[in-house]
Write a protein that binds this ligand. Structure first.
Ligand code: PLP
Length: 363
């Protein structure tokens, strides 16, 4: 028996009949772009996250691009971004003409903190991207307070997590969420959303996702065609009602790992005080990570490393790294070399967690 890294199918299986029925209704309605399903989902997502607005877009990458554009980021600006994250976190900044400046992360939380951001700031810094890596919320309120700069919360991996009772997606000035199928709330294809409490930002986001127009008559910005479609929205509405239950399953699986002794064999994450992570990934460290991954695979456990080549050494980022000072990133370099990710999902059982830890323990 192999334990897969992700299990997308099992949690969705009981919802399949309901989903097919709702998708059929959307097909029969003939409304595929915007319309009541998208509006309904946006309303329910805003309520879930706890922001005034949630705005559906095409995917998480475009959510980041549009969020940064709404904040006024553009050519000549710098945006601080962690290097240890999925490529899109920085690609989105470069794609709108600004310079991503890479910062390090905290050794314990593996997220950006005021101390890790500070060396990357300059007079040109227009915003900071804080990624809630692996579903662990970044200490965004502390970063906002410390620097007074707008923070884009990349909550692509963290929907369902919270920090001091505030949900991921509501921690920054503006939040970006991905509904890529493997994410905590996964569409049947691509999808994304932007969350914010600021009505002016929300207005601008709504225009930017539709060709820079508020009324289909006057086009104010060079925008995007970036929409969440009605079929995905209808599916996401059904799933959203189960997100808390799925996140509870992820937390139970993580607790089972700790109970089985995970921390005796690998370095584990220390989430920030007051946080309730949603455990999108169970990322650990080991000095011989590749050998451990090979051992796990031989025992029938899917495991892999993530971001082994962090963003500041990716070829496409070289011109941005070379465009000015770039602080050293020792924690990033170490985590990139030593991380190993083991399976987690809403339905990973205690027996499976015990089996994974037993495979780690074996010589
Ligand atoms: C998945 C992800 C994205 C991009 O989302 P897409 O929907 O795939 O475009 C951005 N940032 C992070 C941290 C992600 O994990």
């Amino acid at each position: 028996m192999t334990i897969p890294l992700f299990d997308i199918k099992t949690p969705l299986a009981p919802l399949q009949a309901t989903i097919i029925k709702r998708v059929t209704e959307v097909i029969e309605s003939g409304r595929f772009i915007f319309g009541p399903e998208v509006e309904g989902f946006e309303h329910e997502l805003a309520e879930y996250v706890g922001t005034r607005d949630a705005i559906g877009v095409g995917n998480g990458t475009e959510a980041l691009m549009i969020a940064a554009r709404a904040l006024g980021v553009g050519p000549g600006d710098e945006v601080v971004v962690p290097s240890f994250t999925f490529y899109a976190s920085a690609e989105a900044i470069a794609a709108i003409g600004a310079r991503p400046v890479f910062c390090d992360i905290d050794k314990d939380t593996r997220n950006v903190t005021p101390d890790s951001v500070r060396p990357a700031l300059s007079a040109k810094t227009k915003a900071i991207v804080a990624v809630d890596l692996c579903g662990v919320p970044a200490e965004v309120p502390a970063i906002r307070k410390e620097f007074g700069l707008p923070v884009i919360e990349d909550a692509a991996q963290a929907l369902g997590a919270s920090l001091d009772g505030q949900r991921a997606g509501a921690l920054g000035d503006i939040g970006a969420i991905s509904f890529f199928p493997s994410k905590n709330l996964g569409a049947f294809g691509d999808g994304g959303a932007i969350t914010t409490d600021d009505p002016e930002l929300a207005e601008k986001v709504r225009a930017l996702r539709f060709h820079g127009s508020r009324n289909k008559e006057s086009f104010e910005y060079i925008g995007y065609n970036s929409r969440l479609d009605a079929i995905q929205a209808a599916i996401l509405r059904i799933e959203l009602a189960h997100l808390d239950e799925w996140c509870s399953g992820r937390k139970a699986a993580y607790a089972a790992y700790l109970k089985a002794g995970l921390a005796e064999y690998v370095g584990v994450c220390t989430p920030p005080q007051g946080s309730d992570p949603a455990w999108y990934l169970c990322m650990n460290t080991h000095p011989q990570a590749d050998a451990v991954i090979a051992k796990l695979k031989a025992a029938g456990v899917s495991a892999r490393s993530y971001y082994r080549k962090p963003l500041h050494v990716q070829p496409a980022m070289a011109p941005y790294v070379n465009a000015g000072p770039q602080p050293p990133l020792p924690v990033t370099d170490e985590l990139a070399a030593t991380n190993l990710v083991v399976p987690i999902s809403p339905v990973l059982t205690e027996a499976q967690a015990t089996e994974v830890v037993a495979a780690l323990a074996a010589n």
